[in-house]
Design a protein around this ligand. Structure first.
Ligand code: AKB
Length: 318
């Protein structure tokens, strides 16, 4: 991995992944791909090249791949689960028609491709505890449908054309740089912002609803390590379960209250997000990722809480 195009570089994962790649590959071209209205700013703009890169515009992406001799594409363009339920055709268009464009370009120009999958690729009849790597995937959301299809299509391009596709199934990602938008797990980010600002948090997910979650530094590590993994060890390729912690709203509230004792939370439950959360795993078994490319997370809930609170306090001068 030397010259990398990050599509969706101003999003929740992209904004931090682009900077991390620039840090660890200082002699490469790490191109921040964006769409109009979501242009990179500040350090993301100043620290390397940026290009308009709309997944639906194959010619535009091919031009960038050519110009910067791109060898790896991180395809992060997507509508998250809750918003995809309100715009299912747009979600299909971005996630599937966009993916086909990327895979075709990768086939022609010999690029490796990472397109994230998610806990959203599972459905209500998947085993919810210790969800295995290879199991039933019958999601009932458009987001989930596109994520299963992404895993399958990425496998297909590897088997049929030898395109080096690899990916992980991400849990809900918690970060302090860029807010997520329209996801079911967003509450686990917003709760920290509310706590640090001294606000009473309205939780949209009911007590007792467990979901896998991960701190962004671990997600970046997973996204980079899988692309650098020794291919001869990979039995799976696309959709590796990766896990680090699982909690419900009461557990994350208690974790925050250890450091901000007067933090308050009440429930204002969102039926759309709740139905999605109920259909997702409580916790995934990530033993294949551990065995095939040495995946191991660094953060647990307590170390993440300490870091989130310290970082957000600095950010908001609290
Ligand atoms: C969402 O909630 O939609 C995402 C995800 C788990 O894929 N954060």
């Amino acid at each position: 991995m030397k010259n990398v195009l990050v599509i969706g570089s101003t999003g929740q994962i992209g904004s931090e992944l682009t900077m991390k790649l620039r840090d660890i590959i200082p002699d490469g071209n790490i191109v921040a791909g964006y769409i109009p209205g979501a242009e990179p700013k500040g350090i993301l703009l100043e620290s390397g090249p940026a290009e308009e890169a709309n997944v639906k515009n194959a010619q535009q992406i091919a031009g960038i791949v050519e110009k910067y001799k791109i060898d790896t594409i991180y395809n992060l363009a997507a509508l998250l689960s809750a918003v995809a339920e309100s715009k299912p055709l747009l979600a299909w268009d971005i996630q599937m028609n966009g993916l086909i464009n990327i895979l075709e370009i990768a086939r022609e120009k010999k690029c490796a491709v990472f397109t994230p999958s998610s806990i959203g690729s599972f459905g209500p009849n998947t085993p919810h505890d210790s969800t295995p790597q290879d199991t039933v995937q019958r999601p009932r959301t458009m987001y989930g449908v596109t994520k299963v299809a992404t895993e399958l299509l990425s496998d297909y391009y590897f088997i049929k054309y030898g395109v080096d596709t690899r990916s992980t199934r991400f849990p809900g990602l918690i970060s302090n740089v860029t807010l997520p938008g329209g996801g079911t797990t967003d509450y686990a980010v917003e709760i920290y912002y509310a706590a640090v600002k001294g606000e009473d948090f309205a939780c949209p997910i009911q007590a007792g609803t467990f979901m896998d979650m991960m701190y962004m530094p671990d997600a970046l590590k997973a996204a980079i390590d899988i692309m650098n993994a020794d291919p001869s060890r990979l039995i799976h390729r696309n959709g590796f379960n990766v896990a680090s912690m699982s909690f419900d709203p009461e557990i994350i509230k208690a974790s925050i209250q250890k450091y901000i004792p007067d933090f308050k939370m009440h429930y204002e439950f969102d039926p759309v997000r709740q139905a999605i959360a109920d259909s997702w795993p409580n916790n995934m078994d990530d033993s294949c990722a551990r065995a095939e490319w040495d995946w191991k997370p660094t953060y647990d809930l307590d170390t993440m809480t300490q870091d989130m609170i310290a970082t957000l306090r600095k950010k908001f001068g609290k």
